[in-house]
Ligand binder design. Structure first.
Ligand code: SF4
Length: 411
């Protein structure tokens, strides 16, 4: 039986780093020694870190609820409060878990009993409107300040007008945040954090790019696990030390020809969210088909190498506006075409996630246009990031096996 998952040595360091991150937040919330900001996953984390906040990302918590399949008990609780089963299942998982007083952190890290209470809530609508509604729920629960950035969506060319608009909204966050911390923003510290955050992105991008090697040293499923620090600790130098270690290990695999999937025959691109509760199953299924999912839109969404410590606000505005999810259909198509070429991809898997139209790029003719323009075939599977009621393991397996068969016949 083929190994479904080839262990990555650096994984131990990552687990330790993530535990430190959660325990620091827990201690801060219990002692009140540090302020805690809740932030959306592609929100202005650099500003918050530079102002001394510890930063909690509800989307990361929601992904844990999905990966541990605890979402099944949480989503209906949020539904009963009027949050529709049709909206973001990260939102409904997280709100439902909060209402139940449940967190998977309590099982993973003995001593942690609850998520850290926020002192302020900070969102950016660059990814979707759901994050604003999600944070407004907590604003009503905790009665703490909420501030946000409203980003243009469906952006083609990113213009100076876009950048000015977003940068000035980011500047306007500072005064209300200073009220929470009781201290002024230290601009030198902001520059330092932006430089560290840029470095996190540079290293994470290099890790992902090792997947362009044949055979690929890592899979999309590995990347979904190892992206944790790039999401929750970007701008913290400990994340950079971690990615140096991971990068060295991936480069070593490339030099030695070590494949993430032994006997790699086909290379796929994954577009859309992972199905968190099926990550391991998918990893095993693709490995059994000698297929490596070598790259994804999703894991590349935490690459912000536009950040510039000499021009923090404008460069943050650019980084968080040039993001894939913010862009027009044409820009998205161009991006995926580049990825297909860089990673020498044989086929694309689109995950149409029922509750996240924002990350489901198959709905407006993209697969057909890519096939016409590049000859690369695609398969769409229906599912969801967290709500497994929307996912059929049997149907997906049959479709994926048939797709691998088609690729084999193509030769
Ligand atoms: S982008 Fe999708 S998964 Fe992320 S918060 Fe918005 S609706 Fe939820």
């Amino acid at each position: 039986m083929k190994e479904a998952y080839k262990p990555i040595r650096a994984g131990k360091a990552m687990k330790g780093l993530m535990e430190d991150y959660f325990r620091e937040l827990d201690a801060a919330a219990r002692t009140g020694e540090r302020k805690v900001a809740w932030c959306t996953s592609v929100g202005p984390a650099e500003i918050l870190r530079a102002m001394g906040f510890l930063v909690w990302f509800p989307e990361n918590h929601a992904a844990m609820l999905g990966a541990t399949r605890a979402s099944a008990e949480c989503i209906p609780v949020a539904n009963s409060l009027g949050y529709s089963p049709e909206i973001c299942s990260y939102l409904t998982s997280d709100v439902g878990a909060y209402k139940r007083g449940f967190t998977p952190l309590a099982t993973a890290y003995p001593g942690i009993e609850s998520i850290p209470r926020p002192d302020v809530l900070v969102y950016n609508t660059n990814q979707c409107r759901d994050v604003q509604d999600w944070f407004q729920f907590y604003q009503r629960e905790f009665d703490v300040p909420i501030v946000g950035v409203h980003t243009h969506r469906g952006v083609g060319e990113v213009t100076e007008a876009h950048i000015r608009s977003v940068a000035s909204q980011m500047e306007q966050l500072i005064a209300p945040l200073e009220k929470v911390t009781g201290k002024s923003l230290d601009e030198a510290e902001l520059g330092r954090v932006v430089a560290e955050s840029r470095q996190t992105s540079v290293l994470w991008k290099k890790v992902l790019l090792t997947g362009a090697a044949t055979p690929s040293p890592l899979t999309f499923f590995d990347a979904c696990i190892h992206m944790g620090p790039a999401v929750v600790l970007r701008g913290d130098e400990r994340a950079n030390r971690y990615y140096e270690q991971l990068l060295a290990e991936m480069e070593e695999r490339v030099a030695q020809g070590v494949a993430a999937v032994d006997g790699e025959k086909f290379r796929l691109y994954w577009d859309g969210m992972p199905v968190w509760g099926k990550l391991r199953d998918h990893s095993g299924l693709f490995a059994s088909l000698d297929t490596c999912v070598v790259a994804s839109t999703y894991c590349n969404s935490w690459v912000f190498d536009q950040l510039d410590p000499a021009d923090p606000f404008n460069s943050m505005a650019r980084a968080y506006t040039e993001l894939f999810i913010v862009r027009s259909e044409d820009e998205k198509e161009r991006y995926i075409r580049d990825m297909l070429e860089t990673y020498k991809v044989d086929g694309i898997l689109f995950h149409d996630a029922k509750t996240c139209p924002n990350n489901s790029n198959n709905r407006y003719g993209m697969p057909e246009r890519l096939r016409a323009g590049t000859g690369v075939r695609s398969l769409t599977i229906n599912g969801d990031l967290n709500d497994l009621r929307c996912y059929s393991a049997e149907q997906s397996r049959t479709a994926i096996e048939a797709f691998a068969e088609q690729l084999a016949q193509r030769g």
